[in-house]
Write a protein of this length. Structure first.
Length: 154
């Protein structure tokens, strides 16, 4: 019989430095963010979000989405379009599948600022904005912007 082969280590010593030695920067809408890894910390689903936001900023995708969105608000109490769309984006990236889950984002003080948001809007504001968008209506116009939709909008 052949003698047993010595076990091979998948990562020999010295090949890769420890994780806590790594750090990086990301250019976000809030400016440059310094990101460091903590190997002893808990895993978070949004840990890589600053780098995704940097991608959205560099490619102009988030700004383009906000600019191309047909939502307009006339009320002084209405949320900014960027805040509404940013709340939807953060909610989707967090894996939410109900409007009620948006409330959990209100405790996050870091990620909304990285998107250039001033606040996380309420679930009701998101629901109203998306409902008007789905109908093709101006959210500030409760009667409807197209003929025949005035009865459907109420």
């Amino acid at each position: 019989m052949n003698p047993p082969l010595p076990a091979l280590l998948p990562h020999p010593a010295g090949e890769q430095p420890l994780v806590e030695e790594f750090s990086a920067t990301a250019e976000t809408f809030a400016g440059r963010v310094h990101v460091e890894w903590d190997s002893g910390g808990h895993v978070t689903p949004l840990g890589q979000l600053p780098f995704f936001i940097e991608y959205l900023k560099q490619a102009g995708l988030f700004d383009g989405w906000v600019a191309d969105c047909p939502l307009t608000f006339s009320s002084p109490n209405a949320p900014r379009k960027r805040d509404l769309l940013g709340t939807v984006l953060l909610s989707v990236l967090s894996g939410h599948n109900r409007y009620a889950h948006i409330t959990t984002l209100r405790c996050d003080a870091v990620n909304p600022r990285l998107l250039g948001m001033t606040k996380v809007v309420s679930e009701d504001a998101v629901r109203r904005g998306l409902a008007k968008l789905a109908l093709g209506l101006d959210p500030g116009d409760r009667r409807g912007s197209r003929p025949g939709l005035a009865a459907d909008a109420s």
